[in-house]
Design a protein around this ligand. Structure first.
Ligand code: FES
Length: 395
């Protein structure tokens, strides 16, 4: 249940609460994430979309998305990510890219590559798209297709990754790793080399949305993680010695950290997400919080960003309970991730349990321990599809 613990008294002379730094000025929404749709041909069990995505409202129209882009740009937004679901299912994607280009955004398409074609790449390029990132599920066809829920996924991705490069884009690949594929990290990196990738994100699963639901079946063991990082470092050293340009980015899951990440570079500070039905969020995970976030159909982005309750809820430091309140790292990590705190404690104002100072850190330790003994096969995971989403929403 939602806690009212944020109603802490403000520190003032005579209070025994610790002095808090001044609330920083509200930053500009530099990074706009446009989640164009929750529709997706794949069914990745680690998707960060909400569990009840199938129950969400109607998608914004082309004109409404253009309005969002215009308003955000006027407020200072510079970078625009098109994501989903699978943004390629939107038939107006090239038109939206064109509008973004004319507004002066740097644009990034975040896609599975399913539904992409040479003709679409060409059209997006003509429209002014700056950057394409293709995600893979694994280095081998069988696991990739099982995770993706499609027999054609792997071959299509390979073909489209090559086509993206052939059209002059840098090749940016994203592999989500977890306990079922992380042991093949060498094969994953070899595949990236074969594809002449320029940037590769080896992102160990973070546990939001469907990944959180499937955490017991996805979280790698510490030994798996350490081995994968060691092998990645060996490849990095080799690439450097050979003068290869490919850049490997290894992302450690929060669950093996002792301090939380400065999620979204603090709440309502840089990131603005707009979901398919127009709900505006400070991050892609916030929809699950018991906060009524505003919708772009009803309010201007100016109002949403500066004046809405949801965007102001965790700005500054006044909302922080202990141990964050008196922690000398609070200006660095802002207490971690609000969504993770909510998922793991039921109270979004708590310290992120990833932090070893959190009274709830035991849930992280228990998850690590559980990972040591997990045996469930890949097929036991709950796959992200409309049917499962409706079942979950119905309870
Ligand atoms: Fe929402 Fe971290 S994902 S605050």
């Amino acid at each position: 249940m939602w806690s009212n613990s944020w109603r802490l008294p403000v520190n003032s002379t005579g209070s025994n609460l610790p002095e808090l730094p001044a609330t920083p000025e509200i930053g500009l929404p530099l990074w706009l994430l446009a989640e164009l749709t929750y529709r997706c041909p794949l069914q990745c069990p680690y998707c960060s979309n909400p569990l009840d995505f199938a129950q969400q409202g109607q998608e914004l129209t082309t004109e409404q998305w253009k309005q969002v882009m215009r308003q955000a740009r006027e407020m200072g937004a510079a970078q625009l990510g098109f994501s989903g679901g699978e943004p390629l299912v939107r038939q107006d994607l090239a038109e939206l890219i064109g509008e973004a280009r004319s507004l002066g955004y740097y644009t990034n398409l975040i896609t599975s590559g399913i539904g992409l074609s040479e003709a679409k790449i060409e059209a997006f390029k003509q429209a002014g798209l700056d950057h394409i990132q293709i995600s893979f599920q694994a280095s081998d066809e069988e696991v990739n297709n099982l995770l993706a829920g499609s027999r054609k996924a792997f071959a299509q991705k390979l073909e489209m990754a090559r086509a993206v490069k052939a059209h002059g884009y840098p090749m940016v690949l994203n592999f989500v790793t977890h306990r079922h594929n992380i042991d093949q990290i060498d094969r994953i990196i070899e595949l990236c080399v074969a594809l002449e990738a320029d940037f590769v994100e080896l992102a160990t699963c973070q546990f939001y949305g469907w990944a959180h639901l499937n955490r017991a079946g996805l979280l790698p063991t510490r030994a798996q993680l350490e081995r994968a990082e060691r092998i990645t470092n060996e490849y990095r050293a080799r690439f450097e010695a050979e003068g290869r340009k490919v850049k490997l980015i290894f992302v450690t899951p929060d669950y093996y950290e002792e301090r939380p990440k400065a999620c979204m570079n603090s709440w309502g500070n840089i990131f603005l997400t707009v979901t398919p039905d127009g709900t505006a969020l400070p991050c892609h995970g916030a929809r699950q919080l018991p906060i009524a976030f505003p919708n772009v159909r009803e309010h201007s982005l100016q109002h949403i960003w500066y004046d809405s309750f949801g965007f102001n809820r965790f700005r500054g430091y006044e909302w922080m309970p202990e141990p964050c309140r008196s922690c000398d790292e609070k200006e660095k990590d802002f207490g971690g991730c609000r969504c993770q705190a909510f998922m793991l404690t039921g109270d979004a104002a708590q310290a992120d349990p990833v932090c070893s100072k959190s009274p709830h850190h035991g849930v992280i330790l228990a998850a690590r321990e559980e990972a040591e003994h997990a045996t469930a096969p890949l097929s036991d995971l709950s796959y992200r599809n409309e049917r499962n989403s409706r079942l979950i929403a119905r309870g």
